[in-house]
Design a protein. Structure first.
Lengths: 290, 387
């Protein structure tokens, strides 16, 4: 029983950051129809930004987080304006190739700047965990979960309760009609890509101190983000949130009770099952065509 | 007469070209291919080994090189990926025409490169890998200076009675190295009446081992044996502490880089023990103390982290062994170097290097033995047992 509770706690803590990763990717795909292969690199960028700020520049850890997220937003906007804006109207395969190129360039830049050796980010949190009866959890991970939930809530509010969110949703439903109604599609695209990238950078900034920071860290994150998005349904923010928690739960329980060697395979097994039963993902809404 | 006047300059030209070619080849360095993980999951270790190899090469060149020629390391990154390891081995052999290789750090990486040695008949010195398979599958081009897991287990068996282990769990990286260690140590434990409990695995790029550690927390074993490189070990120590896992942790494989663990995992690494093959904290324990001191001094002079020494000595010993083989061979040719490996005898930082034949008859690989130490981390410092 204790072990089960510990597994559930682990899964919840991990699920929050998975959800954050998934939301960023699903937003960009849903609104822009761009398969964003740089998502994992934005995640790594967020982690390296915090590392640089805390370890090299001596910035306070709590201040470094928002700076890293803001830097992620700016970098995302830059990628959109420089790479994606000229590609508007190109088919999805072409943009995919451009994004794969950007992914490789970004990862290799990280390698040149930081070297291949993993870095550790110091944090102000105590090493001794929070212990409740026989369940323990690190303070840092609880903090990461809290911030992740806050950011997820913020993204929801932005999409559902603001004018910008309404414009984003209108663009998602029907780009041409939205444009005719006076929505500035260009600005929406840049904003969406920036927000998606900012969320990836936030996930990296939160998980970087929990794990280690290294140039290829984005690959696994990217793979998980794709899994979450497929699980939750492409373009569905609620789906991605639930998908994040489901993936974490499946991985944790799979590793705990079936076989730890197949931990990363568990998530993909679930995806196959979901795709067999509901090919559009668990929570996909019917999409308006034309 | 006419004939002679035409033939003379022609003959001289041929002679000159011949002399020039000989002179040029004498000046051209002898290439040694080095395959290491410089990026990916094992980047830290691979970089240390490569830097150790460079120190050996510079030292040899400063003393006049080998066979009157300088040696040149051609370093390729296998990206911690077996497919890449095989590809770069082929590139080094075919394009750079190296007569001998050193690599490829991890067992799975080395095993992936090994068929290329058979295909092109090029010998390789294995400096780090510890899967027993490497020297037992019958590849006569392999010469290993790192101890296989079975030898490591025998070395560990000498101190096992003092540790009073009743039951041990394993957490190993799911590749040839980790699984081989669990297998060999498991056998040795059973022979010493120690119960083997859980055997948990993790992918080499996994970052969250909480699930495995939570499961281990529920077991009644008194000891946890962990096999993986320093990056994952750091995470395991941090996550074990976060889960409140209070257990004796012993790590194997010699790639723990204890000082980096202390720096990155902090207090979480206190109380853990590590099987190491070189003890830079006390160079007097080395098979060649004077050389060990010189190597440590040069390492520091180049600004490399002290932590890397437990890994870099492998590259240093490896290149010195290869240079000794080339000298014995008398020419930088693959076949001659391979034969010469059997006659090499030198004192490395990790122990006396001399290859014994292991594996199936007629296709034996070379295996040398190495020192084994069990060091402890106490209050943020590495403690080395005497002797």
């Amino acid at each position: 029983m204790d072990q089960l509770l510990q597994h559930l706690v682990n899964a919840t803590v991990l699920g929050g950051t998975y959800a954050l990763l998934g939301i960023g990717l699903t937003l960009i795909f849903g609104i822009m129809r761009v398969v964003n292969f740089t998502h994992g690199e934005l995640y790594a960028f967020g982690a390296y930004a915090v590392y640089w700020l805390v370890a090299a520049a001596g910035v306070n850890f709590f201040l470094a987080l928002p700076i890293a997220i803001a830097a992620g937003l700016v970098l995302g906007a830059l990628v959109e304006v420089v790479l994606l804006r000229p590609m508007r109207g190109a088919d999805i395969d072409t943009t995919m190739l451009v994004m794969i190129g950007a992914w490789i360039v970004m990862q290799n830049s990280e390698m040149i700047v930081w070297g291949g050796v993993a870095k550790s980010i110091p944090t102000p949190f105590p090493e001794t965990p929070l212990v409740v009866s026989s369940i323990s959890v690190a303070w840092l991970r609880l903090f990461a979960l809290g911030i992740a939930l806050l950011l997820i809530g913020g993204t929801y509010a932005l999409i559902n309760h603001t004018k910008l969110g309404t414009a984003m949703r209108a663009t998602f439903q029907d780009r041409d009609t939205a444009a005719l109604m006076g929505v500035n599609i260009r600005a929406i695209h840049t904003t969406t890509f920036a927000i998606g990238s900012g969320l990836a950078a936030a996930a990296g900034a939160l998980l970087g101190p929990v794990f280690l920071v290294e140039p290829t860290m984005g690959d696994l994150a990217s793979l998980k983000a794709f899994a979450i998005v497929i699980l939750g349904g492409l373009g569905n923010v609620t789906g991605a949130t639930i998908g994040g928690f489901v993936l974490a739960l499946v991985e944790e329980m799979g590793a705990g009770y079936i076989s730890s060697g197949y931990r990363d395979a568990m998530g993909f097994l679930i995806i196959i099952v979901v795709l067999l039963i509901r090919p559009t993902g668990l929570f996909a809404r019917a999409e308006r065509v034309g | 007469m006419t004939k002679r006047t035409i033939a003379k300059p022609g003959f001289t030209a041929v002679l000159l070209t011949g002399m020039l070619a000989t002179a040029l080849s004498a000046q051209q360095p002898i290439k040694i291919g080095v395959i290491q993980p410089l990026t990916g999951a094992f980047a830290a270790s691979g970089t240390y080994v490569t830097n150790g190899a460079r120190i050996a090469a510079d030292e040899i060149n400063a003393q006049g090189g080998v066979l009157g020629r300088k040696i040149e390391l051609v370093v390729e990154d296998n990206k911690s990926n077996p497919t890449e390891a095989a590809a770069v081995a082929e590139k080094l052999i075919v394009r750079d025409k190296v007569p001998v290789l050193m690599g490829a750090w991890g067992s799975s990486l080395t095993l992936a490169a090994m068929p290329k040695l058979m295909e092109y008949q090029i010998p390789m010195l294995v400096e780090t890998s510890s899967s027993d398979k490497i020297t037992t599958i019958g590849n006569p081009f392999v010469f290993r200076i790192s101890p296989p897991s079975s030898v490591e287990a025998i070395g560990f068996a000498k101190v096992i009675d003092q540790l009073k282990i009743a039951k041990a769990d394993f957490l190993v990286v799911s590749n040839d190295w980790g699984l081989g260690t669990a297998d060999q140590f498991g056998k040795m434990f059973k022979a010493h009446n120690i119960t083997v409990g859980l055997v948990e695995t993790m992918a080499q790029n996994a970052q969250d081992m909480s699930a495995q550690l939570s499961k281990i927390k529920g077991s009644d074993a008194d000891t946890l044996i962990v096999t993986t490189a320093v990056e994952q070990l750091t995470l395991i120590f941090k996550q074990a502490a976060a889960l409140g896992l209070k257990r004796r942790i012993i790590t194997t494989g010699g790639s723990q880089v204890p000082d980096q663990l202390i720096e990155q995992a902090g207090g979480a690494a206190n109380g853990s023990s590590h099987i190491a093959f070189f003890a830079p904290w006390n160079p007097e324990l080395s098979a060649d103390p004077a050389r060990a001191r010189g190597f440590i001094a040069e390492w520091k002079k180049r600004g490399y982290p002290f932590a890397g020494l437990t890994e870099s000595f492998r590259g240093y010993d490896g290149i010195r062994t290869i240079a000794a083989a080339i000298t014995k061979a008398g020419k930088p040719e693959a076949g001659a170097i391979r034969e010469a490996f059997w006659n090499v005898e030198l004192t490395g930082l990790g122990g006396k290097i001399k290859f014994a034949k292991v594996g199936p008859a007629g296709k034996e690989s070379g295996q040398s033995v190495c020192n084994v130490y069990l060091v402890r981390i106490e209050n943020g410092r590495v403690v080395v047992p005497k002797g």
